[in-house]
Design a binder for this molecule. Sequence first.
Ligand code: FE
Length: 210
Amino acid sequence: MNERFSYPADREARNAARVKALESLLIEKGIITSGTVDKILGYFETQMGPFNGAKIVARAWVDPAFKEKLVADTPAAIAELDLPTGMAGAEGEHMQAVANTPKVHNLVVCTLCSCYPWPVLGLPPYWYKDPTFRARAVREPRAVLKELGLELDPSVEIKIWDSSAQIRWFVIPERPTGTDGMSEAELASLVTPEAMMGVARAMALGAKTA
Ligand code: FE
């Protein structure tokens, strides 16, 4: 790996220690209580998470008019579905969906920090916040995707979307082949957070990874 992308191997553990210290300090100063962080994490594990995004994508797969609207006016399309209230709330403001096609693959990154559409994807995984991923995703996306297990044909164009507080992007992956008879709920079960970040394909169950 290029030297400019090298970071200490223990950076994740170091960051975790830093977060723990910060949380302890906030509790000690009376700014939050010991239950605050757990409460917020619980909310984003049970109410706001990738299961919402999966429902949205599954609807887009079965309803072309909805898909068109989802890309044209993402919040308005999402508001049509039966999802928890607050989809356009914290970290869900200005969400924008982009659709993969056989010729175009979309990849989402936040080069500045970790902006992410929490209501549809939940909390971002560590690697999304990692400086190495953020730097390399825009410089050598094809290589990064390959390392993550997604090898794209050289003819496929990669578009990279830089999430920010102004726009939080998510990807509508392509509907896997061999899923014609599936219900919307079954289809939703095939949609992973990784597919909605553009680092994986949505796969039919039992299908082999490329
Ligand atoms: Fe950010």
